[in-house]
Write a protein that binds this ligand. Sequence first.
Ligand code: URA
Length: 233
Amino acid sequence: MRLDRFISNASDYSRSQIKHLVREGRVLINGNAANNAATVVTEDDQISVDDVLIHTPHARYLMLYKPAGVVSATKDSEHPTALDLLDEPRPEQLQIAGRLDIDTTGLLLITDDGQWNHRITSPRSQCRKTYQVEFADPLNEAMVKKFRDGLWLDGEKRRCLPADLEITGERCALLTISEGKYHQVKRMFAAIGNRVTKLHRLRVGQIELDDTLAPGEYRPLTQQEIDSVVQIS
Ligand code: URA
């Protein structure tokens, strides 16, 4: 990343202050004065300002139990946002990896690692997400087959990828999808003439919502959970 970004992420210096410091020769990269704030540096480089080493903050990976009524956005003028529920420094650097509707509850992943986020949300990754769904009308096996064969959603040019629907009760099921189209689950049920009445996300890839979290609570991911999100092949 650029030197000025590296320093501003890890300190209170603004980008313009950093340019000024570079011009004055007060920023060192591996012991040599930096001559350009745009120089690309890595975490292996030793960066100092006025001989004080700048430590990179570790990337953050969080799971939040999103309650209903909270929007999956970083800013909203009307509703509380997922970021409002966090007590984290530099909240402006956090991004949501895969949004949920305001009335959907459950697992929301939040990070400041853009590449990790991309591995979850890129359509190429076909990351599997499991939802607990409640709906208005009972389902039958023919409908399960429609999900498995790939549903056509209104306004889409391609069929959905095959989805696994496991009926768990008269008006509830577990649904696993490998895409993240806008309002996808609600639109899938609409496509078979049904209606979602409650939606809760249980799992994203290998990461499961921690059942010790109450709605509105969050915790950092374990290293194993972070590493489970692998490079897109
Ligand atoms: N699909 C939906 O329709 N809503 C969500 O919040 C998530 C998936």
